[in-house]
Design a protein around this ligand. Structure first.
Ligand SMILES: *[C@@H]1O[C@H](CO)[C@@H](O)[C@H](O)[C@H]1NC(C)=O
Ligand SMILES: *[C@@H]1O[C@H](CO)[C@@H](O)[C@H](O)[C@H]1NC(C)=O
Ligand SMILES: *[C@@H]1O[C@H](CO)[C@@H](O)[C@H](O)[C@H]1NC(C)=O
Ligand SMILES: *[C@@H]1O[C@H](CO)[C@@H](O)[C@H](O)[C@H]1NC(C)=O
Ligand SMILES: [Zn+2]
Length: 438
């Protein structure tokens, strides 16, 4: 606990400040986020008719709900499941409305604060470092993840090189790990990013898991050895660093970046709607206060611009782009922005089919797979479509566990099984790349 203990005579005066500091740094504390989610509910609703969908959209807007699924109110439609996080002061109004209109619903979480506190154990029981080193079965703060990256850069210089591709809006470094055996020969590469959306904490946990597994099994597992010998992996564990940090310190359900707007007080842009591919069309919002705000112009977010620049520069040898999100249990490929199949569909489709089967073989967890538009929903300006349009032939987005029982609050207990099964899918896709399909 390096944040504890300031041995000084001014200790007493420091104490209140220190406690406040601790509260912010340790969401494992029993007053997580100052109890701001006490009494909030998460409700699943299924509008069965167009009228019901219309009525839901209206009340969502009125009550300013935090939509968990789908990501924008415009995507609420007849027959689609919607999960909403409703603040405690609005839940009465929503429930009354639902009873009155007879819309089908189910309460997923009675008290969000309680779920949040149960999911991560208390700091005293929580060991951020296991005896044998790093604990990969807890969620890590941005600072911890960056320290971990620096550490690996020093201790595994044979396989890992850490570098920065730019700065975030708030001035944080955008770090990437280049993983793979160094070789003078030309090598193809795979890009992996996690944490485009801040509240999807299982993403960064998976990126860390992937690196751990690679280092741990490079010598013993022929598949991993082949992967690291024949390819480079560019891994960005936390894409949206500002947002991720904010989701630890202020708002657990923050999704966007943290950039300011010149005309509105609302902050942030959806970093997965900010790419120059059918930018700000269907499935994206022009309003700065919306969770799917596309930004003032494409690549307005420094984080998006930095990654886009990197991919543009290296697109000749980057053969695959993988992006990790949550939650839905899906493996998605282009297009997101339109209902159409991509050219060379069969190679991508068979890669997805095999990956999903490999994933399921571990614990029986089922993933749906297909074009993002028809499998999840239509969204424009996404990183996956952009990567595909810019010449990277294999582009996928994973929506990791679960399907709504815990949603964004996937307990730390489930990090290991989730990452273990996902690992198989990623290895399967990667091996597919090394075969004949273009
Ligand atoms: C609930 O409280 C928030 C903040 O205190 C306020 O902005 C919002 O309007 C309230 N909602 C309702 C439905 O009263
Ligand atoms: C990673 O290590 C190399 C030396 O092995 C060093 O040159 C580089 O600056 C390090 N990266 C970062 C981001 O510190
Ligand atoms: C990929 O998964 C399929 C099952 O879907 C399996 O038959 C195949 O052996 C796997 N390939 C690799 C390289 O893991
Ligand atoms: C489709 O595959 C052919 C070769 O089979 C390749 O030349 C072409 O570039 C591929 N197109 C795309 C969009 O990946
Ligand atoms: Zn996401």
């Amino acid at each position: 606990m390096k944040f504890l203990g300031k041995p000084s005579s001014r200790r007493a005066a420091f104490l209140p400040l220190c406690l406040l500091f601790l509260k912010i740094l340790h969401p494992g504390h029993s007053h997580l986020y100052s109890s701001r989610y006490a009494g909030d509910k998460v409700i699943r609703l299924i509008p069965n008719t167009e009228e019901e969908a219309y009525a839901l959209k209206k009340i969502y807007q009125q009550l300013k709900v935090d939509l968990w699924q789908p990501s924008s109110i415009s995507q609420v439609s007849e027959g689609t499941v919607t999960d909403v996080h409703i603040p405690h002061n609005g839940s009465r109004a929503l429930l009354a409305f639902l009873q009155e209109t007879n819309i089908q619903y189910k309460i997923l979480m009675e008290d969000l604060q309680k779920v949040l506190e149960k999911g991560s154990s208390l700091p005293t029981q929580r060991s951020r470092r296991s005896v044998s080193g790093y604990n990969y079965e807890v969620y890590h703060s941005l600072e911890e993840i960056q320290n971990w990256m620096h550490h690996l850069n020093k201790t595994h210089s044979g396989l890992i090189h850490m570098f920065s591709i730019g700065k975030s809006y708030e001035g944080r470094s955008l770090f990437v790990l280049k993983l793979g055996r160094r070789s003078r020969a030309y090598k193809r590469a795979v890009w992996i990013d996690c944490g485009i959306h801040a509240r999807e904490w299982i993403g960064p946990a998976f990126c860390q898991w992937f690196v751990k597994e690679a280092l741990l099994t490079y010598r013993s597992d022929p598949t991993m050895r082949k992967m690291l010998n024949h390819l480079y992996f560019y891994i960005m564990p936390v894409f949206n660093v500002d947002g991720y940090h904010f989701s630890w310190t202020n708002d657990r359900f923050w999704r966007k970046t943290r950039s300011r707007n010149s005309r509105f007080r609302c902050r942030g842009v959806d970093a997965n709607r900010n790419w120059r591919v059918k930018w700000c069309d269907e499935g994206a919002s022009m309003h700065p206060c919306d969770d799917t705000y596309c930004g003032p112009f494409p690549e307005s977010e420094p984080e998006v611009k930095a990654v886009a620049n990197f991919l543009r520069k290296h697109k000749k040898h980057i053969r695959a782009y993988l992006s990790f999100h949550a939650y839905a249990q899906m493996l998605l490929y282009p297009y997101s922005y339109k209902y159409a199949t991509i050219p060379n569909f069969s190679c991508v489709e068979s890669a997805a089919y095999k990956a999903v089967n490999a994933l399921q073989s571990v614990y029986g967890v089922q993933y749906r797979y297909g074009p993002a538009s028809s499998t999840l929903y239509v969204s424009s300006g996404s990183s996956m479509d952009w990567a595909y349009k810019n010449g990277i032939p294999y582009t996928f987005a994973f929506e990791l566990r679960d399907t709504g029982h815990f949603g964004f609050l996937l307990p730390e207990m489930l990090i290991k099984p989730t990452c273990t099964e996902t690992m198989l899918a990623v290895k399967n896709i990667t091996m597919h790349l090394l075969k004949k399909c273009p």
